[in-house]
Each structure stands twice: as structure tokens, then as C-alpha cells.
Design a protein around this ligand. Structure first.
Ligand code: ZN
Length: 421
């Protein structure tokens, strides 16, 4: 324990024991540390989290949307609460740190506050959000979306590839689907003060700079492209090259155009084509129709909308040279979400007071913080990811970095508790 109570040094061995304890609960039939939302290992892990919340002295309330909410009561029950948390579900074949560091780190922060007799003025809510990772219903951040009032009845009618409704999956997991839509009530009726989330970076920037802490500037917005290329199916043996309307050749040019747009992006902009489906897919037929799925991400909304315009023009022009028509469906996944300047300032001051180097970093990955930012000012603390790897079994963050991140989280919570606006 730190000799200076203001410094709230985390105990690395406790953080490690928690991370190992949670990592033991995973799907033995999948690679890595798989704990997908609604699965049996996920159910078991959340019982484990609930018990850990009680161990550290939190009062646990399920909130109707499947979030686990641990409350550390403050001196002033009327004051708007501080919120921290993250998620404990993983992608299939995922790692041990994504999300887990934020939830378990928050529990260590609570231990530190209690051991130093630092009762906050405000209630502190530690939330393990339901299902942050994108799932077979095409929905990510289910718990934080519900809290922010961003889930609709239409979302509950979404189906997975077996035709199961999302609402029915909630019910099978023991969550009343009607409560999911109503659950934004508690967050809306009780104004939240600030939201801070500790997370692994999931990218290489901090490791490349050799700094242990990143203070997030903004979370990238996402624009998704579904493009349909319509050419003409013909006999692949008889139709001369110059007379073809080959939809796959036009789509191949589009893949390169998407990559080129990402390579030219300022600040952290990226562009990825993830799928091409060519029809009819026979070796002796010129492809007549191709569906392409791609996405662009950036923390610069101006670049995102300009890139969307440029890509639409370029792909259309390139395709027309092959006699191919293109229809675009653009969908807006998340808007670019800047961190609150005041929360960013509070986090960076906490790091400065420890004499530790930090760096402002963008987040290319989406987080529950995107949705919590609709309810109150938001900030995020990043710790380095080895090799920038994440969403894979090799995902790794150093224990010392995690402990430093927890210390910064605890100090930030103490400071935010004092802000009155
Ligand atoms: Zn995560």
C-alpha cells in the first residue's frame, strides 16, 4: 500500500489474481478465452463477478438490461453518481484483458478507496455491461446502449442465423426483454456525474512510444459500406475479354480503392474490406453480381464524410469502365465520440502527479464509453497492449501497466468526485 494515501497505489498481485480467476471461466471447446454473451461460461463468469463485487463491499443491483451494477454508497445520496466499468464478455477466440481490465480494475480501485478510508461524496457505480462485443445479432454494446436509451423494440426483433429473436435470447438468459427497453429509466431519472473507463489499448501506439498510459482523445466513428456490383453473367469460355461486364473485377478495384482511402487518412483513420460474395460462383461463368462489405473508421468526422463521398465517386467511376453498375448502402454504426476535455484533463493531471509519462491517443475500437457519453461527460484510460494485439488468444498487457492504470483510475475517481458542475 502506498505511504501517501493520495497516491492510491494498486496491488499488482491482487489485480493478477482477479484476472486469473476470471480467465479460468471460459468455453473449453473454443480457442482462447472465449466467453460470448448469453453463453454458459458468460453466465458463470457474471456470477463470479457478482461475488467479487460483494467481496469488495459493493451493493449489487441488476438493472433490468442485464448490466451488473455494484454501488459503493457515497456520503451524499442526492448527488449524481460517478460511474466506471467495462465488460467481461469476449469475442470467440478472444483474450484475457479486453474489458476484464476495466471491470476488475474498478474493483481494485474500490478496495483502495475503502482501505484508505476515502469515502466519496457521490455514489460510485461499477458496471459490468452486458454483451459489449458484436454478436450474431449484429449488435454490440447491448448493456450500455440500453442504458443510454438506444435500444429499440426493432432491435429485440433482430434474428441470428438460426432465426432466434434477440428478445427470446434475453428471456432465455433470465432477462425480461420488456425491462431491457425500460431500463434506460434509471440512468435518465438519475443524472450521472462522470463516466471513466479503464481499458487495454488493443493497438500498438503506446508500446511504440514506450509510455505506460494513454489518455483517450476520442473514440472513432464507423461508416459501413454494403455495395452491390451488377454486371452480366456470361460464358467464361466464349465471351471475349473486351465484351465482358465482370462484377468481380469491378469489386476488386473497389477493394484497392478502400485500402487507398484508409492509407491516406489523417490521424487514426482506417478502412477495411471484410467480405466479397460473388455470384454465381461457378468456374465457367463471368461473375454477374458481387456484394461487398467494408468499413471506415476515424476520430475525424470531417474525413469520414469526405472519404464516403470520394469512395462513392471513385468506385462508381471505376466500375463503369467495366460496364458494371453499383448500388451503395451506407450505414452509420457509431458516431465519432470525443472524450470530455475536462475528464481528459483530470486523468492527465493524475498521471502527471505520479511523474509518469502519458500520451493522448485515439481509440480505433468501440467501447461502452461511446454510449455512456450520451448520459454524462466521458473519459478513458488506456494501458499498452503487447504488439498491439487484441481479440486473439495472444492478447497481453503487463501487470505493472495494469496496476498503474488502476491507480490512475482510482485517483481520477477521487478528483472527479470533487468537481461540482
Ligand atoms: Zn473491450
Amino acid at each position: 500500500m502506498s505511504s501517501n494515501p493520495d497516491l492510491l497505489a494498486a496491488i499488482p498481485e491482487r489485480c493478477e489474481a482477479d484476472l486469473i480467476g476470471l480467465s479460468r471461466i471460459h468455453d473449453p471447446d473454443s480457442e482462447g478465452w472465449t466467453r460470448t454473451v448469453f453463453s454458459d461460461p458468460y453466465r458463470e463468469s457474471r456470477e463470479w463477478i457478482r461475488a467479487r463485487m460483494i467481496d469488495v463491499g459493493l451493493e449489487v443491483h441488476p438493472d433490468g438490461a442485464g448490466n451488473l451494477v455494484g454501488v459503493l454508497p457515497g456520503r451524499n445520496p442526492a448527488a449524481s453518481p460517478l460511474v466506471t466499468g467495462s465488460h467481461t464478455d469476449t469475442v470467440r477466440g478472444g483474450g484475457r484483458f479486453d474489458g476484464a481490465v476495466g471491470v476488475l480494475g474498478a474493483l481494485e480501485a474500490v478496495r483502495l478507496l475503502r482501505e484508505h478510508d476515502l469515502q466519496l461524496d457521490r455514489d460510485l457505480l461499477v458496471i459490468d455491461f452486458l454483451g459489449e462485443e458484436s454478436n450474431e445479432f449484429g449488435l454490440s454494446c447491448m448493456g450500455s446502449r440500453a442504458l443510454a436509451g438506444e435500444l429499440s423494440a426493432a432491435d429485440l426483433d433482430r434474428q441470428d442465423h438460426h432465426g432466434t429473436r434477440l428478445g427470446d435470447r434475453y428471456a432465455a438468459f433470465g432477462i425480461d426483454p420488456s425491462g431491457v427497453l425500460a431500463s434506460s429509466g434509471w440512468a435518465k431519472t438519475r443524472a450521472l456525474h462522470r463516466y471513466v473507463e479503464l481499458h487495454v489499448e488493443q493497438g500498438p501506439l503506446l508500446e511504440e512510444s514506450g509510455v505506460p498510459i494513454g489518455v483517450v482523445t476520442a473514440i472513432a466513428g464507423i461508416e459501413r459500406i454494403l455495395a452491390t456490383f451488377t454486371g452480366r453473367p456470361d460464358h467464361a469460355g466464349t465471351m471475349p475479354m473486351g465484351d465482358r461486364r465482370d462484377a468481380l473485377v469491378a469489386a476488386a478495384e473497389a477493394v484497392l480503392a478502400v485500402r487507398q482511402e484508409g492509407c491516406g487518412a489523417p490521424v487514426h483513420g482506417v478502412a477495411t474490406t471484410s467480405q466479397l460474395v460473388s455470384e454465381p460462383g461457378s468456374p465457367n461463368v463471368v461473375p454477374g453480381r458481387v456484394r461487398m462489405q467494408a468499413e471506415m473508421r476515424s476520430v475525424d468526422p470531417g474525413w469520414l464524410s469526405e472519404a464516403q463521398r470520394r469512395l462513392t465517386e471513385k468506385i462508381t467511376l471505376q466500375a463503369s469502365a467495366y460496364g458494371v453498375d453499383v448500388d451503395f448502402e451506407w450505414s452509420h454504426d457509431n458516431e465519432c465520440r470525443p472524450a470530455s476535455p475536462s475528464v481528459h484533463q483530470t486523468i492527465s493531471s493524475a498521471v502527471d502527479s505520479l511523474g509518469i509519462a502519458w500520451e493522448p491517443v485515439p481509440s480505433g475500437a468501440t467501447h461502452d464509453a461511446v454510449h455512456m457519453a450520451r448520459l454524462c461527460p466521458m473519459g478513458m484510460i488506456f494501458v499498452p497492449s503487447q504488439g498491439g494485439r487484441s481479440h486473439c488468444p495472444e492478447e497481453w498487457s503487463e501487470l505493472d501497466h495494469i496496476a498503474t492504470g488502476v491507480q490512475v483510475l482510482a485517483m481520477t475517481l477521487v478528483e472527479l468526485d470533487r468537481t461540482t458542475d
